[in-house]
Design a protein around this ligand. Structure first.
Ligand SMILES: Nc1ncnc2c1ncn2[C@@H]1O[C@H](COP(=O)(O)OP(=O)(O)OP(=O)(O)O)[C@@H](O)[C@H]1O
Ligand SMILES: Cc1ncc(CO)c(N)n1
Length: 268
């Protein structure tokens, strides 16, 4: 069985972070493993508090996994501090996994900072160059590129700017713009659009985590980047369409395995 490792924060509410990643890995048929970088006390409404995990324990978790088990893909989410960014980058440089999907998580839906502002430079300098693909949303891409993004032309320009920072490809998610949630891929050669249909729902907690983990799962299984993104886009679209009205805020995406099997059967 192929494997995927998520390096990310824990969401006690189960909708985002490590929990969303592991559910996505399972539903997409890869064996999931985890390195926890921070623990958030979080629900569908808010992040109440955060404890960063000690750097040595983060390092030990990474080494414990890589020293023993084949890792077919790594997905990176919440990194919280510049010290965490640096140790994760250092260990990934050492083990050089074939696939690294980097979701440059910065702020929760409720506005809580999941990456300290002082850590943004370290993320740009040390993590971005290691990535097979990065998956910023519009606000994250604005911070990383230093430009405002409002139009399709802005999206194209931002992709090119982010590509210059060193990742092998950039998938800029369009969900935060008005209109349909269309995502744009730039791999240094050409643009590819992955089009979606907007679901009118407030239950979008963990959508970014889910998409990036589904891409990592596809790449772990040996799919080409475009194929992995297309199946991840199908996965997130179904997960949002059937999202769950749990809690009083932004409910989570739905990873119920039967949904995807049914959708896959209907595709045939
Ligand atoms: N209402 C929606 N209906 C359908 N697809 C959506 C909707 N909102 C976002 N998407 C899609 O979901 C995926 C995740 O994008 P999004 O921009 O929501 O990530 P994010 O902001 O990083 O999420 P997170 O809250 O986890 O940080 C993208 O493919 C995006 O186009
Ligand atoms: C732990 C964690 N990671 C990522 C996000 C972004 O959705 C979140 N809300 N919480």
């Amino acid at each position: 069985m192929k494997t995927a490792l998520t390096i990310a924060g824990s969401d006690s509410g189960g909708g985002a972070g490590i929990q969303a990643d592991l559910k996505t890995f399972s539903a997409n048929g890869v064996f999931g493993m985890s390195v926890i970088t921070a623990i958030t006390a979080q629900n569908t409404v808010e992040v109440r508090s955060v404890q960063d995990i000690e750097i040595n324990i983060i390092k030990d978790q990474i080494e414990a996994v890589f020293d023993d088990i084949q890792v077919d893909a790594v997905k990176i989410g919440m990194l919280s501090s510049s010290e965490t960014v640096k140790i994760v980058a250092d260990r990934l440089n050492h083990y050089s996994p074939k696939v690294i999907v980097l979701d440059p998580v910065m702020v929760s839906k409720g506005g809580h900072h999941l990456l300290k502002e002082q850590a943004i430079e370290a993320l740009k300098a040390k993590m971005l160059p290691l990535a097979t693909v990065i998956t910023p949303n519009i606000p994250e891409a604005e911070v990383l590129s230093g430009m405002t993004i409002r139009t399709v032309e802005d999206m194209e320009q931002a992709c090119k700017k982010l590509y210059e920072l060193g990742p092998k490809a950039v998938l800029l998610k369009g969900g935060h713009l008005e209109g349909e949630p269309n995502d744009l891929l730039w791999d240094g050669q050409s643009f590819n659009w992955f089009n979606g249909r907007r679901v009118e729902t407030k239950n979008t907690h963990g959508t970014g985590c889910t998409l990036s983990s589904a891409i990592a799962a596809g790449l772990a299984k040996g799919e080409e980047l475009i194929e992995a993104i297309q199946s991840a886009k199908n996965y997130i679209s179904i997960a949002i369409e059937h999202s769950l009205a749990l809690g009083h805020g932004h409910g989570p995406t739905n990873h119920f395995y039967e949904l995807y099997n049914k959708a896959r059967m209907e595709e045939r």
